[in-house]
Design a protein around this ligand. Structure first.
Ligand code: P6P
Length: 337
């Protein structure tokens, strides 16, 4: 029934009505992101047929080989967001420095940070990948281009965070601080339609997601926690189920819906972990917290960490709140089993 369809645009407008100061600019910005997501979805789903698979040859700031779809997704996000007059600066996993708004375009108050295609090393194997984005309002004076400091705000300043998962269907999940809502793309008429209103994540994990090949490189507290989740104990529903795709958006999305904890700890190989604070950990943390979960670096709330650089990495433990608290106790030596 048409009057049952709640599109992403309608949902945002209805959400914005709760903010008297809203000008409609945010709605336009979200529509620009939705446009980019539809384009990336189309190319990701057609990748095998459109010769966009395989290495683009270059290497990104992370030292990873860039695949053609990475390049396309990054260009699509920049193209969608740089001209509408809603943003003053952007930053991307794919670009070393901040991305200025072209001089001939108007400036807006929003700052958008994104990982345009997270998990892209899985693309050739047809594994789900995703786009992650975080939106802030600028802290630098209006009327001039945004600056690096606008992109290095603590996660608690986010006005919006979301991800798009390109899987068996394309879904956008976002929060503006009033709960978490999921929209599924209906390709027949190109609209994101509300399919998962008010997502809440279970307090207790059923799943743990971690790359256990790093086990010997972890601190003892993390090792003790992984031993703990694998022990047989009916009373505390252990062992947990191990599920790890190696694509953060896919792992976090599954855990968000089913209950689970996602871990990317620091290790001897990666002293600050692998995932980036500004455009991976912070947006996902905002979503997880708004769904009733928790996100920590093992000692501190992710969203209270002050970023020092754009591509700064951070140890990450996020998901079902009871289990993030347990892993924090193991890491802080408050318990050994
Ligand atoms: P590993 C993908 O490359 C990514 O950035 C995240 O999407 C994913 O969670 C993580 O790295 C996987 O890393 O070391 O387990 O392959």
């Amino acid at each position: 029934m048409t009057n049952q369809i709640i599109t992403l645009t309608r949902h945002i407008i209805e959400e914005q009505r709760k903010h008297p100061e809203a000008t409609g600019k945010f709605t336009d910005l979200m529509n620009d992101i939705a446009f980019a997501a539809k384009l990336i979805s189309y190319h990701t789903n057609k990748a095998g047929l459109m010769g966009v698979l395989g290495e683009a040859g270059s290497v990104n700031v992370q030292g990873e080989f860039v695949k053609k779809l990475d390049v396309f997704a990054n260009e699509t996000m920049v193209y969608a967001l740089d001209h509408g007059g809603h943003t003053c600066v952007m930053a991307s996993e794919e670009e070393e420095d901040i991305i200025p708004i072209p001089e001939n375009f108007p400036l807006g108050k929003y700052v958008c940070l994104f990982d345009p295609l997270d998990g892209s090393s899985n693309i050739d194997a047809n594994v789900s990948v995703g786009t992650i984005f975080a939106i802030y309002t600028r802290t630098s004076p209006e009327g001039r281009p945004g600056i690096l400091e606008d992109c290095l705000q603590t996660g608690v300043n986010q006005v919006c965070a979301g991800y798009v998962i390109y899987g068996s269907s394309t879904m956008m999940v976002y929060t503006t601080g009033n709960g978490v809502h999921g929209f599924t793309l209906d390709p027949s008429y190109g609209e994101f339609v509300l399919s998962h209103p008010n997502i809440r994540t279970p307090k207790k994990a059923k799943i743990y997601s971690v790359n256990e090949s790093n086990f010997d490189y972890w601190d003892q507290g993390v090792k003790n926690y992984i031993h703990y989740v694998k022990q047989i104990d009916k009373e505390t529903n252990r062992p947990l189920n191990s599920r790890y795709i190696g694509s953060m958006v896919s792992d976090v999305h599954r855990n968000l819906l089913y209950g689970g904890i996602f871990l990317y700890p620091a290790s001897a190989l990666a002293p600050n972990g692998k995932l980036r604070l500004t455009y991976e950990a912070n947006p996902m943390a905002f979503i997880i917290e708004q769904a009733g979960g928790k996100a920590s670096n093992g000692k501190k709330r992710i969203m209270e960490l002050k970023p020092e650089s754009l591509h700064q990495r951070v140890p990450l433990f996020m998901g079902s709140s009871d289990d993030v608290k347990i892993v924090e106790d193991f890491i802080q030596g408050k318990r050994e089993n």
